[in-house]
Write a protein that binds this ligand. Sequence first.
Ligand code: HEC
Length: 106
Amino acid sequence: MFQTRSLTTGFLVASLGIAAGFAVIGSPNLAAADAGCDKLKIAEVKAVCAKGGAAAVKKSMKAAMDEANKGGAKLECKSCHTDQKEYATNDKAEGEFKSKLAAHFK
Ligand code: HEC
């Protein structure tokens, strides 16, 4: 009886250790949105990202989009982005950015 119990305890301790290990390995991913500046292709966006990270890019995107929309464009974040977590761009994003957002982007 005693032995079974200590085996169970040992197993629990081992699983906790593994879980803690995963937590440590996994944590850098939380910063992924900010660390993504390097892969950006558009210089204006990259510059904002390098200065203020993804949070600054979001602000600039929003401001530029509002300006463009005042001028008659009907843009939403999802006109160019396929998701609102990684902000992956669709195949029209770059062209749309250049023709509609770039002039307002800062
Ligand atoms: C007209 C198209 C367009 C619209 C509208 C737009 N974006 Fe973007 N966005 C882009 C492009 C193009 C990039 C840069 C891609 C590159 O440089 O590789 C980008 C990049 C980003 C990034 C950085 C992504 C990364 O990988 O770090 C974020 C964050 C972002 N946009 C947020 C937003 C938000 C929030 C909105 C809505 C308020 C928005 N965007 C609206 C075209 C657009």
